[in-house]
Design a protein around this ligand. Structure first.
Ligand code: PMP
Ligand code: GLN
Length: 384
């Protein structure tokens, strides 16, 4: 079909997301897909049964706009239990169509034309476009390589009277780094007595290793008072395709987000919300995740140790960065494509997570895979 008019793009610089590009290529050439982050193993049959039961019982119509109350209550109970923080399920918790929708609604509700937001790169790809769609401007700070720690003096230098929001993400996609208590205290310090709100993307809250505590903003009451916390059951219950997430925030902030959420999706999937509410009651269902994924990380890194890739430590998430500078000086995108096509293992280049496509010769590999997949992929990587 031919459109005769002129389209002025609202996102002129946006192409197709790197996750779609690399997964598409992996499927096309039949490569082992360690690119886009999603598990290749079955999810809990108990959870599937719960969804089925709720569907059979007739829970198939619109959920309440903020989400099923039983699920909001379960999330509030879990937050109290884990962090000792009280969120009111009625006014301070909202269920979203995946964390992505939550992120979009938070940014859209907060950013006015002319506002600025600080994003720490490499960063998840959905933050900046949402700021731009609102007429805001993004100020970028880079994590310090190779530790991937936050350069707080730089973040501080980006703050001015127009700064409306700072985005953080811990455990961090794509690097696998985590924020420390000192980082959270610094964030608390630099945003105190200001109108700056924090969007804390904590979708990998349960994917953290070596006994480290996940440093949620929820542990810091004054910081939590000016923060949106973003969560995703896609990560916690291996159900990325179900697109069910949540936001926690003080009532005044949440009221603004709900105004947007109601016009973006109105409400998310009903039977899944009821099922997740039940499934959350057994804490083991999420408390076993660190050990479960740490075993996969250790298996993968143990095998890749024999290769020419350099392992950059992963402290959380289901991602492992590998530095290939000893193998090639190709650009990350070119090397990732070549390894997918020639060797049959797909990964994600890190450069698309930077607005200036900074290239440090590192690729991201997802280890949310069966042992068999990880062993096969590592064997191939050892031949490169
Ligand atoms: N934030 C980060 C850091 C992520 O890695 C993801 C997963 N793609 C999301 C948000 C979005 O999560 P969801 O799939 O629940 O929309
Ligand atoms: N979060 C996943 C990743 O980082 C996938 C996200 C997506 O496909 N949009 O790979």
């Amino acid at each position: 079909m031919k459109f005769q008019g002129h389209v002025k793009s609202r996102l002129p610089n946006a192409g197709t997301s790197i996750f779609a590009v690399m997964s598409g290529l992996a499927n096309e050439v039949g490569a082992i897909n360690l690119s886009q982050g999603f598990p290749d193993f079955p999810i809990s049959m108990e959870l599937v049964e719960l969804v089925n039961q709720y569907m059979h019982k007739g829970f198939n119509q619109y959920a309440p706009m903020p989400g099923v109350l039983a699920l909001r209550e379960a999330i509030a109970a879990k937050a109290f239990d884990t962090f000792g923080i009280t969120y009111d399920p009625a006014t301070e918790i909202n269920i979203t169509a995946g964390a992505t929708e939550g992120i979009f609604c938070v940014i859209t509700a907060m950013i006015h034309p002319g506002d600025e937001a600080v994003i720490i790169e490499p960063a998840y790809d959905s933050y900046a476009p949402a700021v731009e769609l609102c007429g805001g401007t993004v100020r970028y700070s880079s994590l310090m390589v190779p530790s991937y720690s936050v350069n707080w003096p730089e973040v501080k230098s980006l703050i001015n009277s127009r700064t409306k929001m700072i985005m953080i993400n811990t455990p961090h996609n794509p690097t696998g780094s985590v924020l420390s208590a000192a980082d959270l205290k610094e964030l608390d310090h630099i945003t105190r007595n200001s109108n700056i709100v924090v969007m804390s993307d904590e979708v990998y809250e349960h994917l953290i290793f070596d006994g480290t505590r996940h440093e949620s903003v929820c542990y810091y009451p004054e910081l939590a008072e000016r923060s949106f916390v973003i969560g995703s059951f896609g990560k916690t219950f291996h159900t990325t395709g179900w697109k069910t997430g949540f936001i926690m925030a003080p009532a005044v902030l949440m009221a603004e987000v709900r105004k947007v959420h109601q016009f973006v999706v109105f409400a998310s999937n009903t039977p899944i919300q009821y099922a997740v509410a039940d499934y959350l009651k057994n804490k083991e269902n999420y408390l076993q995740l660190p050990a479960f994924y740490q075993q996969k990380r250790d298996l993968f890194t143990g095998l890749v140790k024999g290769s020419r890739f350099k392992i950059i430590p992963s402290y959380g998430t289901y991602f492992q960065l590998l530095d290939y500078s000893a193998i090639s000086d190709e650009k990350e995108m070119d090397f990732a494509v070549r390894v997918t096509k020639e060797f049959g293992v797909a990964s994600v280049p890190v450069s698309p997570f930077y607005h200036d496509k900074q290239d440090n010769h590192v690729l991201r590999f997802c280890f949310a895979k069966t042992e068999k997949t990880l062993i096969k992929a590592a064997e191939i990587l050892c031949t490169i």
